[in-house]
Design a protein around this ligand. Structure first.
Ligand code: ADP
Ligand code: MG
Length: 342
């Protein structure tokens, strides 16, 4: 990732906030190729911020595919040979990859951790954007297949595939930081890791967090959602893209075509207890498009989502009833569980 180079050198601000009598510390850093805002409340707030910053750079050094010396860098270097390769990694990376591969299978490949060569071909790592030729896309499709990758103990076995954890890394990092904060005795904190929001506990006054979801069409807010101890993760076509010959190409790729997903989604927000799962699903549900996404929710029913389509339709799952406030003039449709026979 381009931002890897900038990690550690940028502390944009470290401000002492005061509010409601609860001490708080807030900091903005650049890590994992994105701007991150961290806010911790309570007497251990400063320790919590320092621990969080160290944890985020540790995770980046472990799983960034672009960072020399990372576990993923080693796996991808070994995959270069094209044949079967078994690369030893840390237990942590092995566990994260095993969880991610399970989510690739569960989403029927809408999430595919072997998307690396396609992301590279479109120039999303280097920033040197280009539209690959049709023949290149065909060749890429043969390289992208998570089913060719396995985790065997602490070895990652590949058959020429290169891995990218960009779709889940920030969610995983948010889970790790909130777990650390809990260990430090924090009961209230808020992370915004480049659009991946994660709340620890409740607001310092005990009330629900109110999280805004960005309108993909502009800088305004599409809606707000309330809750506690939750991840609110959005994947949108607006987050990273380039325009060539009047066509805009975004960074969420459909593994079936190796091109930007054209599923009808404008932005997908997933809400649930695990940052990793919400991050994986926001990307996968974006790729699936609204119909497949609502079928998938019917099957799992263990997360909530706000699905906003390119046609301006918004639907949300029933767990969000009473927790959602839509922007003026926007109407939403609630998805409810279909029980057998209904
Ligand atoms: P963001 O990182 O912008 O918040 P996502 O969580 O949706 O957005 O992740 C997008 C990133 O994941 C891309 O930059 C790319 O590295 C990778 N990626 C793109 N499409 C897929 C996909 N279908 N499956 C897995 N990873 C993907
Ligand atoms: Mg994601």
């Amino acid at each position: 990732m381009r931002g890897v180079k900038r990690l550690g050198c940028l502390l944009l601000c470290a401000a002492l906030l005061s509010g409601c009598g609860t001490p708080s510390r807030s900091e903005t850093i650049f890590a994992m190729d994105t701007v991150m805002d961290l806010t911790a409340y309570g007497p251990h707030a400063q320790d919590a911020l320092e621990a969080a910053t160290a944890e985020l750079s540790r995770i980046e050094a472990l799983i960034s595919a672009q960072r020399e010396g990372s576990d993923l860098f080693s796996v991808n270097a070994a995959a270069q040979s094209g044949g079967e390769a078994a690369t030893p990694v840390t237990e942590e990376t092995a566990a994260l990859l095993a969880r991610t591969l399970a989510l690739c299978a569960d989403t029927d490949g809408a999430l595919d951790v072997t998307i690396y060569p396609a992301v590279e071909a479109w120039g999303f790592y280097s920033g040197d954007y280009r539209v690959p030729a049709a023949s290149d896309l065909e060749a890429l499709r043969a390289q992208v297949d998570y089913r060719q990758v396995a985790v065997d103990g602490t070895s990652v076995v590949t058959h020429g595939q290169k891995l990218d954890l960009g779709a889940v890394g920030k969610g995983y990092a948010a889970d790790q930081v909130t777990a650390l904060w809990r260990e430090l005795g924090l009961t209230s904190g808020l992370l915004n890791l480049g659009g991946n929001i994660q709340c620890l506990g409740a607001k310092p006054d005990g009330s629900d967090w109110v999280i805004g979801v960005r309108d993909p069409a502009g800088e305004g807010t599409l809606c707000t959602v309330t809750g506690q101890d939750m991840a609110v993760v959005t994947s949108g076509a607006y987050q990273r893209n380039f325009t060539q010959d009047g066509v805009t190409y975004h960074h969420i790729l459909d593994p079936a075509t190796c091109a930007p997903a054209e599923s009808g989604a404008a932005s997908v927000t997933v809400i649930g207890p695990s940052g990793l799962i919400c991050d994986a699903l926001s990307t996968a549900l974006f790729v699936m498009g609204p119909d497949r996404a609502s079928d998938y929710w019917q099957q799992r029913q263990d997360f909530d989502m706000i699905y906003y389509t390119q046609d301006g339709d918004l639907f949300y799952t029933s767990g969000l009833e009473g927790r959602l406030t839509l922007r003026d003039g926007l109407e939403g449709q609630m998805l409810t569980w279909k029980t057998a026979g209904s």
